[in-house]
Design a protein around this ligand. Structure first.
Ligand code: MN
Length: 371
């Protein structure tokens, strides 16, 4: 209860939560910056600032890892960490507006405006989570199959080492090679929670694999059954009919934006979790930024008016993360079409929300007590 007899507000709870954050990681970041970056000029009163910006750097400086998390130079050592950010700069799978190859760079840059603390979630990601940024997968813009092999190898490596992968995309074609990398390391079935305006379930798009084809091929993997694929936010005027036919035939679960309106975000999340976890051992989250309305997320390859508000999407992402996830991706972020960093900022917040929710519910280990 709050002061007097009324129920405690979220704000009051969050004020208490902040006290549990240790600050150890922040101090280490400062010490390392001072060791490597020289002590600041005498006139600078704040002695935590160094001459050369190192790990403690202002958000406008050039150092670009996600939220300023440590860069992992040697990916052989990824297994020493709980979670890892992996960029996939790639857009050869786009069929309309290209530019998603700049997605990872844009998301990282926008993420730097935060150093990892959220008041209303009561979580400091930098303090709580042992997470590193491994940089980008080396993709080959001229060849989709070779790029897919590179992506599968990267996901297989980090997930096989026991580290939670956060994939910054890229166009949605990577859904298939990412699942291929995960599926090798899971003995049971993997469910997929997929937020999108499009079904992305063609066998071929034009004549090739594109960002319209990932789930057709992913659900051909024996332990990635279509019955555990739930697709949320579909609608508008760009859904390829072949995809819809394939979704019907294979028995995926589709919830439109109107369904979410009618059911509410909480019931939608419940339904999504039921479907994705039905007999599954793990669940993967695929967040296509175009599931959010283009007024709030204009920087994307195939915008479709009528999508979620950022508040709906962020809440839905939190709710579906509560039962745990084996990894996540944010895709279709195309900075060249963005306006005032709206889209890249939202993408970075989506990642942060999911990571914080996983920590709060004990699905990723925290370095300080969450309650
Ligand atoms: Mn889409």
């Amino acid at each position: 209860m709050g002061p007097g007899q009324r129920p405690e507000t979220e704000g009051e709870r969050d004020l208490r939560a902040e006290r549990r954050i240790s600050g150890d990681v922040w101090r280490e970041r400062i010490e390392e910056s001072l060791r490597h970056g020289l002590e600041a000029a005498e006139s600078v009163g704040n002695r935590e600032i160094s001459v050369f910006a190192r790990r403690f750097a202002p958000d406008y400086s050039g150092s670009d890892t996600f939220m300023g998390f440590p860069f992992l130079e040697d990916v052989q050592r990824v297994g020493e960490h709980v979670a890892v950010v992996v960029g996939v700069p790639y857009d050869t799978g786009t069929t309309s507006r290209a530019g998603a190859r700049y997605g990872p760079r844009g998301i990282r840059q926008a993420s730097r405006i935060s150093d990892g603390y959220s008041f209303d979630m009561g979580v400091d990601l930098a303090e709580a989570l042992d997470i590193v940024d491994a940089g980008d997968v080396f993709t080959l813009p001229g060849n989709i199959e070779k790029s897919f092999d590179q992506i599968t190898a990267a996901v297989d490596h980090v997930f096989g080492a026991g580290t939670f992968p956060v994939i910054l995309g890229d166009d949605h074609s990577i859904g298939f090679p990412v699942l291929r990398g995960l599926a090798r390391n899971v003995s049971g079935n993997i469910g997929i929670i997929h937020l999108d305006r499009h079904a992305d379930m063609n066998e071929r798009d034009y004549d090739d694999l594109t960002h319209g084809t990932p789930w057709f091929h992913a659900t051909n993997i024996p332990n990635v059954p279509a019955k555990n694929l739930v697709q949320i936010g579909l609608g508008g005027w760009m859904g390829l009919r072949e995809s819809i036919g394939n979704a019907r035939e294979r028995g995926t679960t589709i919830l439109t934006v109107d369904d979410v309106d009618t059911m509410g975000v909480e019931k939608t999340a419940e339904r999504a979790l039921e479907v994705a976890w039905d007999g599954a051992e793990a669940v993967y989250l695929s967040f296509d930024i175009d599931s959010v309305d283009p007024s709030a997320a204009p920087g994307t390859g195939t915008p479709e008016p009528g999508g979620f508000t950022p508040r709906e999407a962020l809440k839905l992402l939190r709710l579906v993360a509560r039962e745990g996830l084996c990894g996540m991706e944010v895709v279709e972020v195309s900075p060249p079409y963005d306006v005032a960093e709206t889209t890249v900022l939202l993408a970075s917040r989506a990642v942060a929300n999911v990571l914080a929710e996983l920590l709060l519910h004990g699905h990723l280990p925290s370095r300080y007590p969450m309650s």
